[in-house]
Ligand binder design. Sequence first.
Ligand code: NAD
Length: 295
Amino acid sequence: MQLLDGVLVSAHIKEQIKQEVQDWQANGGKKPHLAAILVGNNPASEAYVGSKVKHCEELGFDSTLLRFDSDISEDFLISEVERLNNDETIDGILVQLPLPAHISGDSVINAISPGKDVDGFHPISLGRMLLGQPTFLPATPYGIMLMLEYYKIDTTGMHCVIIGRSNIVGTPMTILMSRASNPGNATVTMCHSKTRNLREITRSADIIIAAIGRPKYVTADMVKPGAIIIDVGINRIDDSTRKSGSRLVGDVDFDNVAPLCSYITPVPKGVGLMTICGLMKNTLQAAKQAKELIG
Ligand code: NAD
């Protein structure tokens, strides 16, 4: 079994991004600038946004964090997004999800200018992805593709089973893995909460991508020996041995699945770090495109 090491791969990609930013600036480009919007104080969202802002600093990007109380109105939030759309100093906009129940995430995402949609969630970005046109790929699927590419894993002809059909992970992942590219060129089966005989399907998988949100849901009896396992899940479970009283686990029962498979991503230090790389690559791309658009 080989670990697909998010620390190693993300360090490599971040070095490349840093170098690219320096070259870009040396040629008269300005620092890429990411604006992040955080509504409320959900601890997980705080941690994710904090990490994104920290990565901006590390890679030589500018960042602006806009924080709003959870009782902000949808109209006001959309007007803030529009303000950022019109601000030429901002290259990328991300709205940390989930939003409070009274705000439509779709409406807010739709308000982001597609040229600044560095999370790749806008319908235009997803439509372009579907058609194989240049666009911002959703950050997590993008990060997973970068991970497979780094390890030179040839997925051509493999049976890839994706568990989860969210718009941000499962659904775009099915498109990318079935594309005529490598990684890609896989025969993809998408499974979800209404799938029958999940175990039978996953047992025929050469590669399983789990994005379910249920701790240790993929167990050893669901995995064919030698399969590749990509664990997207981030779940907090109680752990009295930890000072914090809890720890993070994925959607895969790592301890029992790892000995069986050829490659596996750990949680933490796996896909999560790759997601940040996807976001940062998109933001750099947005900065370069903005320059081209302005002339
Ligand atoms: P989601 O929470 O929107 O939906 C979960 C999906 O799992 C649904 O499509 C549902 O059909 C499917 N599902 C639920 N129960 C199932 C079952 N019993 N059998 C088969 N399928 C089932 O999905 P999401 O937003 O993609 O998040 C999934 C997990 O990935 C969460 O733990 C989330 O925290 C994590 N996540 C991690 C990253 C990262 O960077 N590592 C990024 C995004 C999401």
